[in-house]
Design a protein around this ligand. Structure first.
Ligand code: GSH
Length: 212
Protein backbone atom coordinates (compact mmCIF):
# COMPACT_ATOMS: atom_id res chain seq x y z
CA UNK A 1 0.00 0.00 0.00
CA UNK A 2 1.28 3.41 -0.99
CA UNK A 3 0.24 6.93 -0.07
CA UNK A 4 1.03 9.66 -2.57
CA UNK A 5 0.87 13.28 -1.46
CA UNK A 6 0.09 15.36 -4.51
CA UNK A 7 -1.08 18.71 -5.79
CA UNK A 8 -2.87 18.96 -9.15
CA UNK A 9 -0.51 19.47 -12.08
CA UNK A 10 2.58 19.13 -9.92
CA UNK A 11 5.57 16.80 -10.08
CA UNK A 12 3.25 14.17 -8.61
CA UNK A 13 1.79 13.59 -12.07
CA UNK A 14 4.33 11.03 -13.27
CA UNK A 15 4.48 9.02 -10.00
CA UNK A 16 0.68 8.90 -9.98
CA UNK A 17 0.56 7.58 -13.56
CA UNK A 18 3.06 4.90 -12.59
CA UNK A 19 1.03 3.87 -9.53
CA UNK A 20 -1.99 3.54 -11.84
CA UNK A 21 -0.04 1.61 -14.47
CA UNK A 22 1.39 -0.91 -12.04
CA UNK A 23 -2.03 -1.35 -10.49
CA UNK A 24 -0.65 -0.83 -6.98
CA UNK A 25 -3.08 -0.12 -4.20
CA UNK A 26 -2.62 3.48 -3.20
CA UNK A 27 -4.22 6.41 -1.49
CA UNK A 28 -3.98 9.91 -2.92
CA UNK A 29 -3.66 12.71 -0.40
CA UNK A 30 -4.23 16.23 -1.66
CA UNK A 31 -1.79 18.84 -0.41
CA UNK A 32 -3.76 22.01 -0.98
CA UNK A 33 -1.55 24.68 -2.50
CA UNK A 34 -4.12 27.43 -1.95
CA UNK A 35 -4.09 26.70 1.78
CA UNK A 36 -0.26 26.46 1.73
CA UNK A 37 -0.64 22.96 3.16
CA UNK A 38 2.76 21.95 1.75
CA UNK A 39 4.31 24.27 4.33
CA UNK A 40 2.25 22.92 7.26
CA UNK A 41 4.16 21.36 10.13
CA UNK A 42 2.52 17.99 9.47
CA UNK A 43 3.59 17.92 5.82
CA UNK A 44 7.05 19.39 6.48
CA UNK A 45 7.62 16.49 8.87
CA UNK A 46 7.30 14.19 5.85
CA UNK A 47 9.02 16.44 3.32
CA UNK A 48 11.20 19.13 4.90
CA UNK A 49 11.34 21.01 1.58
CA UNK A 50 7.56 21.49 1.65
CA UNK A 51 7.15 20.28 -1.91
CA UNK A 52 5.09 17.65 -3.63
CA UNK A 53 5.19 14.77 -4.31
CA UNK A 54 5.95 12.63 -1.29
CA UNK A 55 5.47 8.87 -1.23
CA UNK A 56 4.85 6.81 1.90
CA UNK A 57 5.32 3.08 1.47
CA UNK A 58 5.10 -0.05 3.58
CA UNK A 59 3.69 1.78 6.55
CA UNK A 60 6.07 4.48 7.61
CA UNK A 61 8.79 4.71 4.96
CA UNK A 62 8.88 8.13 3.37
CA UNK A 63 10.60 9.38 0.23
CA UNK A 64 10.37 12.44 -1.98
CA UNK A 65 11.71 13.67 -5.35
CA UNK A 66 9.51 12.83 -8.30
CA UNK A 67 12.13 11.13 -10.47
CA UNK A 68 13.35 9.03 -7.54
CA UNK A 69 9.79 7.93 -6.80
CA UNK A 70 9.34 6.94 -10.46
CA UNK A 71 12.54 4.90 -10.42
CA UNK A 72 11.64 3.30 -7.10
CA UNK A 73 8.15 2.27 -8.22
CA UNK A 74 9.21 0.96 -11.63
CA UNK A 75 11.95 -1.15 -10.07
CA UNK A 76 9.67 -2.46 -7.35
CA UNK A 77 7.11 -3.49 -9.96
CA UNK A 78 9.17 -4.73 -12.92
CA UNK A 79 6.19 -6.62 -14.31
CA UNK A 80 4.74 -3.28 -15.48
CA UNK A 81 7.68 -2.95 -17.90
CA UNK A 82 8.14 0.76 -17.24
CA UNK A 83 11.89 0.52 -16.67
CA UNK A 84 14.51 -1.67 -18.31
CA UNK A 85 16.15 -4.21 -16.01
CA UNK A 86 19.65 -3.50 -14.71
CA UNK A 87 21.23 -5.72 -17.38
CA UNK A 88 18.98 -4.58 -20.26
CA UNK A 89 20.71 -2.63 -23.07
CA UNK A 90 18.26 0.28 -22.60
CA UNK A 91 19.26 0.72 -18.97
CA UNK A 92 21.93 3.37 -19.49
CA UNK A 93 19.77 5.55 -21.70
CA UNK A 94 16.82 5.17 -19.36
CA UNK A 95 18.83 6.50 -16.40
CA UNK A 96 20.32 9.21 -18.60
CA UNK A 97 16.91 10.52 -19.65
CA UNK A 98 15.48 10.39 -16.14
CA UNK A 99 18.50 12.30 -14.78
CA UNK A 100 18.60 14.78 -17.67
CA UNK A 101 14.96 15.60 -17.30
CA UNK A 102 14.96 16.06 -13.56
CA UNK A 103 18.36 17.80 -13.29
CA UNK A 104 18.29 20.00 -16.31
CA UNK A 105 14.91 20.42 -17.95
CA UNK A 106 12.91 20.41 -14.71
CA UNK A 107 15.32 22.95 -13.24
CA UNK A 108 14.90 25.27 -16.24
CA UNK A 109 11.13 24.92 -15.82
CA UNK A 110 11.57 25.90 -12.17
CA UNK A 111 13.36 29.09 -13.30
CA UNK A 112 10.44 29.80 -15.62
CA UNK A 113 7.71 29.24 -13.01
CA UNK A 114 9.50 30.41 -9.88
CA UNK A 115 11.93 33.20 -10.70
CA UNK A 116 11.42 34.42 -7.13
CA UNK A 117 13.37 31.42 -5.83
CA UNK A 118 16.45 32.53 -7.70
CA UNK A 119 16.54 36.31 -7.90
CA UNK A 120 15.00 39.37 -6.24
CA UNK A 121 13.06 42.01 -8.15
CA UNK A 122 10.05 41.75 -10.42
CA UNK A 123 11.95 42.88 -13.54
CA UNK A 124 14.84 40.52 -12.88
CA UNK A 125 12.40 37.65 -12.34
CA UNK A 126 10.62 38.44 -15.61
CA UNK A 127 13.98 38.44 -17.39
CA UNK A 128 14.94 35.14 -15.79
CA UNK A 129 11.61 33.63 -16.74
CA UNK A 130 12.00 34.76 -20.37
CA UNK A 131 15.50 33.28 -20.56
CA UNK A 132 14.28 30.04 -18.97
CA UNK A 133 11.45 29.85 -21.50
CA UNK A 134 13.99 30.07 -24.30
CA UNK A 135 16.18 27.39 -22.66
CA UNK A 136 13.18 25.09 -22.20
CA UNK A 137 12.27 25.41 -25.85
CA UNK A 138 15.85 24.57 -26.84
CA UNK A 139 15.81 21.50 -24.61
CA UNK A 140 12.46 20.27 -25.88
CA UNK A 141 13.77 20.88 -29.39
CA UNK A 142 16.82 18.78 -28.57
CA UNK A 143 14.65 15.95 -27.22
CA UNK A 144 12.43 16.23 -30.27
CA UNK A 145 15.50 15.61 -32.41
CA UNK A 146 16.45 12.57 -30.34
CA UNK A 147 12.94 11.15 -30.76
CA UNK A 148 12.97 11.84 -34.52
CA UNK A 149 16.37 10.19 -34.99
CA UNK A 150 16.13 7.23 -32.65
CA UNK A 151 12.54 7.00 -31.38
CA UNK A 152 9.71 6.35 -31.32
CA UNK A 153 10.45 6.68 -27.57
CA UNK A 154 13.32 8.26 -25.67
CA UNK A 155 15.13 4.92 -25.31
CA UNK A 156 14.24 3.72 -28.79
CA UNK A 157 11.57 1.14 -29.42
CA UNK A 158 10.48 0.63 -25.82
CA UNK A 159 8.18 2.95 -23.89
CA UNK A 160 9.27 3.62 -20.30
CA UNK A 161 8.65 5.90 -17.33
CA UNK A 162 11.04 8.49 -18.83
CA UNK A 163 8.47 9.06 -21.60
CA UNK A 164 5.74 9.59 -18.99
CA UNK A 165 8.05 12.06 -17.24
CA UNK A 166 8.50 13.90 -20.54
CA UNK A 167 4.74 14.22 -21.01
CA UNK A 168 4.47 15.66 -17.48
CA UNK A 169 7.18 18.26 -18.13
CA UNK A 170 5.61 19.11 -21.49
CA UNK A 171 2.41 20.12 -19.68
CA UNK A 172 4.37 22.59 -17.60
CA UNK A 173 5.10 24.61 -20.76
CA UNK A 174 1.42 25.11 -21.58
CA UNK A 175 1.51 28.84 -20.79
CA UNK A 176 4.68 29.51 -22.77
CA UNK A 177 4.62 31.27 -26.10
CA UNK A 178 6.26 28.17 -27.52
CA UNK A 179 4.76 25.21 -25.66
CA UNK A 180 6.65 21.92 -25.94
CA UNK A 181 3.96 20.34 -28.11
CA UNK A 182 4.91 22.68 -30.95
CA UNK A 183 7.62 20.05 -31.51
CA UNK A 184 6.05 17.20 -33.49
CA UNK A 185 7.74 14.34 -31.64
CA UNK A 186 7.03 15.77 -28.19
CA UNK A 187 3.41 16.17 -29.26
CA UNK A 188 3.38 12.54 -30.36
CA UNK A 189 4.71 11.38 -26.97
CA UNK A 190 2.09 13.48 -25.16
CA UNK A 191 -0.64 12.05 -27.39
CA UNK A 192 0.63 8.54 -26.69
CA UNK A 193 0.52 9.18 -22.93
CA UNK A 194 -2.93 10.78 -23.06
CA UNK A 195 -4.24 7.58 -24.67
CA UNK A 196 -2.98 5.46 -21.77
CA UNK A 197 -5.72 4.69 -19.22
CA UNK A 198 -3.18 5.20 -16.40
CA UNK A 199 -2.38 8.72 -17.63
CA UNK A 200 -6.01 9.60 -18.32
CA UNK A 201 -6.96 8.46 -14.80
CA UNK A 202 -4.25 10.66 -13.27
CA UNK A 203 -5.59 13.71 -15.14
CA UNK A 204 -9.14 12.89 -14.07
CA UNK A 205 -8.20 12.23 -10.44
CA UNK A 206 -6.21 15.47 -10.30
CA UNK A 207 -9.01 17.37 -12.03
CA UNK A 208 -6.69 18.76 -14.70
CA UNK A 209 -6.48 18.70 -18.48
CA UNK A 210 -3.65 18.43 -20.95
CA UNK A 211 -3.66 19.58 -24.53
CA UNK A 212 -1.87 17.80 -27.34
N1 GSH B 1 12.69 18.29 -7.27
C1 GSH B 1 11.36 18.13 -6.73
C2 GSH B 1 10.57 19.40 -7.03
C3 GSH B 1 9.19 19.30 -6.52
C4 GSH B 1 8.48 20.63 -6.68
O1 GSH B 1 9.08 21.67 -6.96
N2 GSH B 1 7.17 20.60 -6.49
C5 GSH B 1 6.43 21.82 -6.60
C6 GSH B 1 5.15 21.55 -7.36
S1 GSH B 1 5.52 21.00 -8.99
C7 GSH B 1 6.08 22.31 -5.22
O2 GSH B 1 5.71 21.55 -4.37
N3 GSH B 1 6.24 23.60 -5.02
C8 GSH B 1 5.88 24.22 -3.80
C9 GSH B 1 6.95 25.14 -3.33
O3 GSH B 1 8.02 25.20 -3.94
O4 GSH B 1 6.69 25.82 -2.33
C10 GSH B 1 10.70 16.91 -7.35
O5 GSH B 1 10.94 16.64 -8.52
O6 GSH B 1 9.94 16.22 -6.65
Amino acid sequence: MYKLYYAPGSAAMAPQVILNAIGAKHELILVDDDKREQKSAAYMALNPHGRVPTLVYDGANVMYESAAICLFLTERHPEAGLAPAVDHPDRGLFLQWMAYQTNTLQEALMHYWHGEYFIDGVDQQAQLSAKAEQRCDEMFGFLDGVLARSGPYLCGKNFYACDIFLAMLARWTRKMEKPAIRHAQIKRIVQHCLALPAYAKMLKDQGIEQAA
